[in-house]
Design a protein around this ligand. Sequence first.
Ligand code: FAD
Length: 372
Amino acid sequence: MNSISIIGAGIGGLTLGNVLKQHHLDFTIYESAPAIKPVGAGIMMAVNAMQIFDQLGLKEKIEKAGNIIHGISITDEKLKPITKTNISELERKYNSCNVAIHRAELQKILAENIGSEHIKLDHSLQQIEKKEHYFLHFENGQKIESNIVFGADGIHSNIRNQIFETGTIRNAKQKCWRGLTDFELPEKYHHQAFEIWGNGKRFGFVKLSEKKVYWYALINEKKFNNNLNLLDYFSDFNPLVLHILESTLQEDIILNDIIDLSPIPKWYSENLCLIGDAAHATTPNMGQGACQAIEDSYIIGKLLEKHKDFNFIFEQFQKIRRKKVDYIVNTSWKIGQISQWEQGNSLRNFFMRLIPETTNQKLVEKVIQLEL
Ligand SMILES: Cc1cc2nc3c(=O)[nH]c(=O)nc-3n(C[C@H](O)[C@H](O)[C@H](O)COP(=O)(O)OP(=O)(O)OC[C@H]3O[C@@H](n4cnc5c(N)ncnc54)[C@H](O)[C@@H]3O)c2cc1C
C-alpha cells in the first residue's frame, strides 16, 4: 500500500513531490500523460513562487533556465505606457526575482529533483473509491491502495468530481492564443514583461531565453471568427506585435478558452486534499495560477514541520490559504473583464495612468508575500 499518492504531475503535483521529499516522506506521483510534456508555452514564476523554490534549493537552476523579469508594463496599442510596476525594491526585500521560463524547462527541473522512481507516467486515474483506505483505479488496469491522496489533477479534476461531486467551470468568454518563437527582441524589452491593451483584445510578450520569446493574445469570444487570421485581429497594434506573430510557426501556437473554477466550499475530505487548479483554478490575468499551486505545496510543507496528522494539516491548510486564493481568483476575473473593455478605453487608460506606482507595488507585495 502507498502511504501518499499524488494524482497529477503538473507544476502543483511536482512541487508537492519536492516538498514531501524534503520531509523524507514516502510518496508516488501518478500522471496520465506518457511523458512530462506540458503545453509548449512560457510561464511567469513570480517572487512568491521563487522564494519557495529557493527553500527547495531550486532557485538558481530555474533562474538559469529562464529569464529574470524586473517589472510589468501595461501599454496601449501603440506601446505608450499605461502603468509600469517595477519590483526591484521588492526583489531585494524578498531576495527573489520574477522568472519567465519555458513550462517544459520548469517541469523538467522539478521532476528531475524528485527522481523518476517517484513518478509513474501513463497512469490515468479513472476511479477513486473510499473504503478503509483509498483505492485508485487507473485506465491501464492498475489498482493501488493508498492511505493519503492529493488531487493535483488540474481544473477538470477527476478526484474533485468523484469525491466532492462539485465544481462549476466558469467561462470568461475570451479566446487565448499562446505562442513561442525565435525572435530577437530589442534590448529595452529584455527584462520587462509587456501587456498591450486594445479594444476587446490584449497582447502580452516576454523574453524567455537568449532567443525565445513567449507571447499570448486574447480577444473577446464574440469577435472570434474562424475565417480570420490572428494577425488580422491585431493589425492596429504596434508593428512589433505583428513581427512577433509573423515570426511564429503555426505548430508553435495553441488556442484555449479562458476559464476558472467557481470557488468550492471545501478542499479536503478524510485523508484526501485537493491542491492547485483542482481546488482553485483562476483565470491567468495575474499570472498566479501555478504560483498558487506552488504556495499550496509550501504551506503543506510548513505544516508538516510541526504536525503529523494529515487531517489536521488539511484543515489548517484551507484556513491559511483560503483568503489569498479567493482574492486572486476574484481580482483576476475582474482584471480580465476591465482589460478587455470594448468601449471607454481612453477613459480607463487615463484613470489607470493616475494610479501611483507605489499603489501597484503594494498590490504586488500583497500577492508575493507568503502566508507563513
Ligand atoms: C493562458 C494561460 C497562461 C498562464 N500563465 C501563468 C503564469 O504566467 N503564471 C502562473 O503562475 N500561472 C499561469 N497560468 C496558470 C497555470 O497554468 C495553472 O494554474 C497551473 O498549471 C496549475 O497547475 P496544477 O499542477 O494545479 O494543474 P495542471 O497544470 O493542470 O496539472 C495537472 C496534471 O494532472 C494530470 N492529470 C489530470 N487528470 C489526471 C488523471 N485522471 N490521472 C492522472 N493524471 C491526471 C494532467 O495531465 C496534468 O499533468 C496560466 C494559465 C493559462 C491558461
